[in-house]
Design a protein around this ligand. Sequence first.
Ligand SMILES: Cc1cc2nc3c(=O)[nH]c(=O)nc-3n(C[C@H](O)[C@H](O)[C@H](O)COP(=O)(O)O)c2cc1C
Length: 204
Amino acid sequence: MSNVKLAVIYYSSTGTNYKLAQTAVEAGKEAGAEVQLFKVQELAPESVIATNPAWKAHYDQTKDVPVATAEAIEWADAIIFSTPTRFGNVASQMKQFLDTTGGIWFHGKTVNKVVSAMTSAQNPHGGQEQTVLALYTSMYHWGAIVATPGYTDQSIFAAGGNPYGTSVTVDQDGNIQEDYTAAVKHQTKRTVTVAQWVKNGQQG
Ligand SMILES: Cc1cc2nc3c(=O)[nH]c(=O)nc-3n(C[C@H](O)[C@H](O)[C@H](O)COP(=O)(O)O)c2cc1C
């Protein structure tokens, strides 16, 4: 059992990162953490979303997922982020969310959050690691503790496993090419474990 609070915060247009996030939620619960799932605010106009049936369907299906706020960051001890790769970078919706945390950052409320990130892209070498590192750059400014998977589990050596953070590839139809479950679960459990160490250390 753990007393870690885990926020899983994702952006997804067509459902890939939602699937990764849902697996992280499952893993967090298995690790005994208190878990909340949040999407970041969609910023694209509805008229644009409507031009892509997969995007529109996912947008409608996830209407009820709560939108991430600065309070969610304050609440969490651990955070798993999941964002698609967009031109080798973090999706703007996720970046915009990070850019709303200046207030809590100023008050020291982002310090010592234990964080880890996941991503997806269409090309096997489409910039996945660059996306994860770009997100981690913001985390260094937060004073967060970045808990990467490294090679701490056999799942990292399998497809989808990535020492920077789980990354998957989607085909033209949006199907994930790798069996990512073990890698996401390991990454999430490791993040919860490190957050527990930090929490215990602060209380000691
Ligand atoms: C504007 C845009 C930029 C993209 N840039 C990249 C890229 O740099 N490399 C890549 O492999 N895939 C790229 N893709 C494909 C997305 O990464 C892919 O659709 C996404 O990972 C699917 O995640 P989702 O289903 O959670 O939205 C791009 C897609 C869009 C719409």
